[in-house]
Design a protein around this ligand. Structure first.
Ligand code: NAG
Ligand code: NAG
Ligand code: NAG
Ligand code: CU
Length: 669
């Protein structure tokens, strides 16, 4: 579901590329630079000249450096890059998918393998742009538009991935759906329903077309959402509001490395994952040393299965990260709107399908925000000496926004001085609407698979399942996963006036099967501990996962979308670190068969005790649309927290002062 936008492309000559010297200090986890992307393009085109090869890039990103190399690099605190930088390019060359590994400094191809398994790479933005134009030139489609009395000049189309429904062979196809843009830019709520248009992306032509009959396009009434286009009406008076930091921000960004309060971390960016947080360490004021918490964290996949099995909708079971690319779909943030006035921004580069670097300006913002209260107490128990001690909580937020077609995903990583990391997601944008010939609920005779949110408009039921890859390294690489159950103990021996109490029972997960958790109604705690490090009173140092409100898939296990999205079967998974196990839905998700998912990898039931482990957390939302989600949905948010648990000797923010009060202009004092 990707509406395609283009920016000006920057071109570099072969000469200038090869003479680029690395002047700037580069962190080995920095995303590929503009020059490096161009270098990849140049090197691949040298092997496969475009004069006699059909070549399109579907991924150009930093090849994950070996973790050992990064940790070694970090420990010697070098001033130059000593970790070799490699790029991975996934390109379709003459209809075959190549994985090309490139050594950037040496400008050489290290390997070039052809993918033979199921599934196809992330769609390129460019091919989507071409595919959506095809119906507009296609006779039978023009006929359908005419038959409906619609104006072809006001039709826009969008590509939708098709998924997999048991076919032995798949071709690289998408379905294209079309919408009306006349009278309102809110195309998503104005579908031309009842058409089936299948485009083969390799042939780049329409290979299937059906018109299943006329369904009214919902009207443009009440669909406009631009303030400048709203009719004047009563609005509450607006009062000014800004975040003002007269001394400048409390954080520093050097290249992609951020230091703020007691935290240090690196902001990476990948065309597929989007925002990547790495090497997050917190400085321990008592131990006078930084302590690692997170080696790497990012959203590995987003699965959005719609729940309408009819011909217009059954296939809508999207994998937005793998099919469309979270990085490729990252949008420029709007200063003062998407991020407050005290934010700082980072630009990133992605690539077009011919390998040209493409700038996304203001792709990431970093800002401090007033959280709430860090901690407080009013002491009323000491007669005549009561006092209040209270501290302001200031948090640091790193934000990106990923817009995949109709939906906007606001992705935050919030850092707290108390040691917590709080990743959050909020959804906005438009519902996916099915046009129906129904104007009132009392006309509904059969299951419409959604909510009638406006006349002729069904907001179809669906889920949003995000899965986070969290390579936690709690105070060191070797960690264990611990489940602590809270259980009731019944007292029958008369030793107490009480009949019951609760206590805890901890269990360390030995292997992957022990760590597949469906979060249910039984209270318990899930934590990653370092069994090799103890606090002075003897507890294992650890971090607890305070999960998001759990959402469990409701599709049956044998349903094709669920096989492909089997990483949603549990809310929590733990795997031993493996550099190649990055994408929970598989590396090639478009038309995938679900044979390269987290659910498949963990069948080996590998040991995870006192190992380098990765925690995977599924954050899900079952979405039953409501009328308020129409014509555009106010933010719907969910979050989880990674919270220190016996990691510090005591409250780590005991000595943290509140920010200085700001003298406001015009305010007496
Ligand atoms: C169709 O849309 C185009 C572009 O907006 C407009 O110029 C034209 O007048 C429309 N035609 C009709 C018949 O409404
Ligand atoms: C508290 O203050 C009151 C009034 O000032 C005084 O009468 C009382 O003795 C004080 N109590 C103590 C414990 O100091
Ligand atoms: C890493 O993961 C891949 C994919 O699951 C697997 O083929 C490979 O054997 C794994 N490597 C190790 C060392 O476990
Ligand atoms: Cu939704």
């Amino acid at each position: 579901m990707k509406l395609v936008l283009f920016s000006a492309l920057l071109l570099f000559s072969l000469q200038s590329v090869l003479s680029v010297t690395q002047l700037r200090f580069q962190h080995p986890l920095d995303p590929l630079t503009k020059e490096e992307i161009t270098l990849v393009q140049t090197i691949v085109q040298r092997k496969y000249p475009t004069s006699n090869n059909r070549l399109s890039f579907h991924y150009i990103g930093l090849d994950d450096p070996e973790k050992d190399a990064i940790l070694k690099w970090e420990s010697i605190k070098p001033t130059i890059t000593t970790v070799p930088r490699k790029a991975l390019a996934i390109a379709i060359i003459n209809s075959q998918t190549h994985e090309i590994l490139i050594q950037l400094q040496a400008k050489t191809i290290l390997s070039d393998n052809i993918h033979k398994g199921n599934g196809f790479p992330t769609l390129s933005v460019n091919e989507q742009a071409v595919a959506i134009e095809l119906p507009l030139e296609y006779g039978p489609f023009k006929e359908s538009v005419k038959k409906r009395g619609l104006n072809l000049s006001e039709v826009v189309c969008s590509p939708f991935t098709l998924g997999w429904f048991g076919e032995a062979q798949s071709r690289r196809t998408v379905r294209v759906e079309c919408f009306m843009k006349e009278s309102s830019p809110n195309i998503w709520v104005r579908p031309i329903s009842g058409l089936k248009i299948v485009v083969d992306l390799e042939l780049m032509k329409i290979v299937e077309y059906h018109d299943n009959g006329i369904i009214p396009v919902p009207t443009a009434d009440n669909t406009e959402y631009r303030l400048s286009h709203q009719k004047p009406t009563f609005r509450p008076k607006q009062h000014s509001l800004a975040t003002h930091q007269p001394d400048g921000p409390g954080f520093q960004i050097s290249g992609h490395s951020v230091s703020w309060a007691n935290w240090k971390f690196h902001i990476g960016f990948d065309p597929r994952a989007g925002l990547v947080i790495s090497l997050a360490s917190i400085y321990d004021l008592e131990k006078h040393t930084p302590r690692r918490v997170l080696y790497k964290g990012y959203i590995s996949e987003l699965f959005v299965p719609y729940q309408d099995p009819t011909d217009d909708f059954y296939y809508k079971t999207f994998f937005d990260a793998g099919e469309f690319g979270f990085g490729l779909s990252t949008v420029s943030l709007v200063p003062n709107r998407d991020c407050p006035s005290n934010a700082q921004f980072l630009d990133v580069y992605v690539h077009t399908s011919d390998g040209t670097p493409l700038l996304i300006a203001n792709a990431v913002c970093v800002f401090e925000q007033y959280g709430s209260i860090l901690w407080r107490h009013t002491e009323t128990g000491i007669p005549n000496e009561s006092f209040a001690e209270t501290r302001t909580e200031v948090n640091l937020v790193v934000r990106t926004i990923v817009t995949v077609g109709n939906y906007d995903n606001i992705i935050d990583w919030e850092f707290k001085t108390s040691g917590s990391i709080k990743p959050a997601i909020a959804l906005s944008g438009m519902l996916e609407i099915k046009g129906v010939d129904i104007k009132h609920k009392n006309e509904i005779k059969s299951d419409q698979h959604g909510t009638l949110v406006s006349a002729n408009s069904i907001g179809v039921y669906h889920d949003h399942f995000y899965i986070y890859h969290l390579d936690l390294d709690i105070d060191g690489v070797y960690n264990s996963f611990e489940k602590t159950n809270l259980k009731t103990v019944r007292l029958t021996d008369g030793s107490s006036k009480r009949k019951s109490y609760w206590t805890t029972e901890s269990e360390t997960a030995e292997s992957e099967n022990d760590a597949k958790i469906r979060i249910g109604s039984t209270p318990g705690e899930l934590s990653v501990v370092n069994p090799n490090k103890k606090t002075s009173v003897g507890n294992d140092v650890g971090y607890r996962l305070i999960p998001a409100i759990p959402a469990h898939p409701l599709l049956t296990d044998d349903d094709y979308p669920q096989i492909r999205g089997a990483f949603t079967n549990f809310n929590v998974w733990v795997t031993p670190y493996n550099r190649t196990e990055k994408w929970a839905g598989g590396l090639y998700v478009d038309h995938s068969h679900g044979d390269d998912t987290l659910a498949v990898w963990t069948k080996k039931n590998r040991d995870i005790k006192n190992k380098d482990i990765v925690l995977w957390h599924v954050v899900g939302i079952h979405h039953v649309p409501a009328q308020e989600d129409f014509p555009i949905m106010p933010l719907l948010a969910t979050a989880f927290e990674l919270r220190p648990t016996n990691f510090f000797e005591r409250n780590p923010v005991l000595k943290t002062p509140s920010p200085k009060d700001v003298p406001w202009p015009g305010c007496p004092n």
